[in-house]
Design a protein. Structure first.
Length: 582
């Protein structure tokens, strides 16, 4: 799968060291999409994975990661080539309509001139001098179009120096300075210059993410409303249903104050690779009005003028072409123009009709744009008016507000290897302990008998295989999750409860998707697998796939100064069913 271009641009814009929250806010992407895309990009681009002591993950990319990707993905090389080709093709398409207009006018007036000359020649057919005059008149005709064509193609200006000189003269004369040549201006006159709000949704989510970040990851609904469109009916507004898409996109959750007010917390956007300052953001989402054309007034006037000339000339030609005998006698160019006459007329009519229809369509469209802008502006002003009334709600939100900037001093470990190699590194200790478990019968002689009872119960140990004193973990503050080597050497989390005792249920730190190990993310209150994005709550239940089974659990019991673990074979209390691992 080729990397997401928006994620690559976000990584470059953030100076190559990012968190999931950084990328989601920079690119305006769904947090889940940003996490999956960032993992895939990091793996393919040989990025460094840095894990903080809190369990938060930072991705550090090489500055030449695009070159690395081009070497791996034929599709990226093709895209780079196609972009260059498409720029040329699209330019040719843009100038083709102006070229057709000029060709149409030339064909029409050349045919008119030939027919008129032929008619005059027939009237004076008995005079040899008239024939000579007729021939010389034909030669004079060809001089006029050559001069006129050259004059028109002056506006094409493939020569940059001539173009700059003309624009300089235009500025000196006080005229507008269009960046288009005349042929491009014809396309702009016909079809406009594209949707000025093509990136509206991207801007919307970028603004919302930045507002959340500016308030350290916690906001109230009234702060987000100016960036949304349809807030629903009065009931939906009162229940703040319009915040559901925002919560879904940025992986947020609501918090309820003692007064029953809702505030919204976004843990992923509270974590960043470096300290973030408040960035300016527009007070409400603004749509740009549609413009008729970016061509200057002179170019538009010339387009209308030439379109009119084309239509008038077509009408005159139509009258002359009614002399079918003369057309058949002349043949050649006149016969060709006669065969495509209705195509020329259709193009001439469309040339003036399409912009006219588009003009009225744009006026109607801009009325809707203005209405939406006014509604969003009104919500922003409403928030300013009622902000004093929202003060208790905002004060409650501030207690959840925080920004975790992960610097190099905060890292628990990092690597210069590929992400997949790093994941192997993270599981290396597990493999080593598991190998030790496989060699257990041979080493049993050296193991003190009091550390096992023959029923699968073992003593909790550290990564070096040393028993962990119970007091070492019990002395930690409530909520601490300690990682130890558990049953069969599997990495296992022990939890210190609020009363200072150990929770009777240990959680095995192996993702049920593909077996990756992962840290506990204290700020999010979740186990987060960095391999494919699976997430689990504090009890090991699946919050998000691709994993579809809860984490394994084991019994925990403290005896003396030892912590004993034993297999959980009875009903899983989380599901009420037989454990899937039994």
């Amino acid at each position: 799968m080729a990397p997401n271009p928006k994620i690559m641009e976000a990584v470059e814009g953030l100076n190559y060291r990012v968190t999931v929250g950084d990328v989601a806010s920079q690119a305006g992407l769904d947090v889940n999409l940003a996490q999956k895309g960032l993992l895939a990009l990091a793996s393919d681009a040989n990025a460094h994975l840095q894990v903080a002591e809190t369990g938060d993950i930072v991705y550090d990319f090489p500055r030449n990661f695009r070159n690395i990707l081009r070497g791996k993905f034929l599709r990226l090389r093709f895209q780079a080539w196609w972009e260059k080709v498409w720029n040329v093709l699209f330019y040719l398409i843009r100038i083709s309509f102006g070229t057709l207009l000029i060709v149409s006018i030339i064909l029409i007036f050349v045919a008119i001139t030939i027919i008129i000359v032929a008619l005059n020649s027939n009237r004076d057919s008995n005079s040899s001098s008239s024939r000579s005059s007729s021939r010389s008149g034909g030669g004079g005709f060809f001089f006029i179009p050559r001069f006129w064509i050259g004059d028109l193609f002056w506006f094409y200006d493939p020569n940059p120096s001539r173009s700059r000189n003309r624009k300089r003269k235009a500025r000196t004369a006080g005229q507008s300075d269009s960046e288009m040549n005349f042929l491009e201006a014809v396309f702009s006159f016909l079809f406009g210059d594209g949707n000025p709000n093509a990136d509206l949704e991207e801007r919307r989510w970028k603004d919302i993410a930045q507002v959340i970040r500016n308030h350290n990851g916690v906001v109230v609904a009234e702060q987000i409303a100016p960036y949304l469109d349809d807030l629903g009916n009065q009931f939906a507004r009162e229940t703040e249903d319009y915040m559901i898409p925002v919560l879904s996109k940025f992986d947020g959750s609501p918090e309820v104050s003692p007064e029953g007010e809702l505030v919204y917390r976004f843990p992923e956007l509270q974590v960043t690779a470096k300290q973030q300052r408040r960035k300016p953001v527009e007070t409400y989402l603004t749509e740009s009005p549609w413009t008729f054309s970016q061509a200057d007034s002179g170019q538009i006037s010339m387009s209308i003028g030439l379109g009119s000339v084309n239509i008038i000339g077509g009408g005159v030609l139509g009258v002359l072409l009614q002399n079918e005998e003369l057309v058949a006698e002349l043949g050649g160019l006149v016969a060709f123009v006669d065969s495509i006459y209705w195509l020329l007329i259709a193009y001439g009519v469309a040339f003036l009709t399409v912009p006219l229809v588009r003009y009225f369509w744009i006026k109607r469209r801009n009325q809707k744009v203005q209405r939406r802008n006014a509604e969003r502006q009104e919500r922003a002003l409403e928030f300013e008016r009622i902000e004093p009334q929202l003060r208790p709600k905002l004060d409650y939100a501030r207690q959840f507000a925080q920004q975790t900037a992960i610097g190099t001093d905060d890292l628990a470990y990092t690597t210069e290897k590929d992400v997949r190699q790093l994941l192997n590194f993270l599981t290396g200790a597990t493999v080593a302990v598991a190998a030790g478990g496989a060699a257990y019968p041979a080493l049993r002689y050296f193991v003190p008998p009091q550390e096992g009872d023959g029923s699968g119960t073992i003593v909790a140990k550290d990564q070096l295989g040393n028993p962990i004193p119970a007091q070492q973990i019990l002395s930690e503050p409530p909520g601490t999750r300690a990682l130890i080597a558990g049953l069969a050497g599997e990495p296992t989390y022990l939890t210190v409860d609020a009363d200072g005792s150990l929770n009777s249920m240990a959680i095995v730190d192996n993702c049920t998707h593909l077996g990756c190990t992962f840290p506990w993310n204290a700020s999010a209150g979740q186990f987060q697998c960095p391999c494919h994005g699976s997430r689990y709550n504090e009890q090991g239940n699946v919050l998000r796939g691709p994993a579809n089974r809860p984490l394994k659990i084991a019994h925990v019991e403290v005896k003396g100064d030892r912590i004993w673990l034993s297999p959980w074979t009875e009903t899983d209390p989380r599901t009420g069913e037989r454990p899937w691992w039994v």
